[in-house]
Design a protein around this ligand. Structure first.
Ligand code: MD6
Ligand code: FE
Length: 214
């Protein structure tokens, strides 16, 4: 099984599982703008624990910005233009978010990526994301760009079947993962977040994933 080892300094890390590019520290220069943007989005559309179709509250709290937002409720998972809590449109995607996502996608081999959805996940210690596929988007030829902020987490990256073996990738503050092509529908998840206190974000991890949903 491939083990991904953390290297020093930013830049693409070769030897990651095929179809996954890890850009270590890529988001650090934009850190202040990203945190300000998140604050702005959260003021208009606060983090909330959505209910899964099975009836459980997710341990991860989430919100969205951009033309479309990912939502979950008893009826299932989908993208929609409005926040179900307020009925209002999701807040616009801050320019710094779009700029970072486009540069990261290009660095990961996907030039011309224009995401219309940004899902923002907040993890506190113990929160996890069980193994899943991202398959509510319409066009799987577009990649996903995923930005990690705050406490580190262990990302599980499996295959196209739920039971396939998984690689583990450590994601730290400022890391960006670009994911597309043959592994676009790979199962993946996040192990329960460990306790910790991040200098900028405190006891939490925030993940932003950019998608072309429509
Ligand atoms: C997370 N990320 O990192 C959860 N999905 O908190 C995801 O579920 C994810 O990072 C698709 C592509 C990249 C991701
Ligand atoms: Fe996902």
């Amino acid at each position: 099984m491939t083990r991904v080892r953390r290297q020093t300094g930013p830049g693409p890390l070769f030897g990651t599982p095929p179809g996954l590019t890890l850009l270590q520290g890529f988001a650090l220069p934009a850190e202040d703008a990203l945190l300000a943007g998140i604050e702005q989005v959260v003021q208009a559309a606060p983090f909330r624990h959505m209910i899964t179709p099975g009836g459980f509250a997710m341990s991860v709290a989430l919100t969205n910005c951009g033309a479309l937002g990912w939502v979950s409720d008893r009826r299932g998972y989908r993208y929609q233009p409005n926040d179900p809590e307020t009925g209002r449109l999701w807040p616009a995607m801050p320019a710094a978010f779009l700029d970072l996502a486009q540069r990261a996608a290009a660095a990961g081999g996907f030039p011309g990526f224009t995401p219309d959805a940004c899902l923002i996940n907040r993890y506190t210690p113990g929160a996890r994301l069980t193994l899943h596929q991202d398959k509510n988007e319409r066009d799987f030829s577009a990649p996903i760009v995923s930005v990690s902020l705050g406490l580190p987490a262990t990302f599980l990256f499996g295959g196209l079947e739920r039971t396939d073996p998984q690689d583990r990738v450590a994601l730290h503050h400022g890391d960006v993962v670009v994911w597309g092509g043959p592994t676009r529908l790979a199962y993946h998840g996040i192990l329960p977040l460990k306790e910790g206190d991040h200098p900028r974000l405190g006891p939490c991890r925030i993940n932003m994933t950019f998608r072309l949903a429509s």
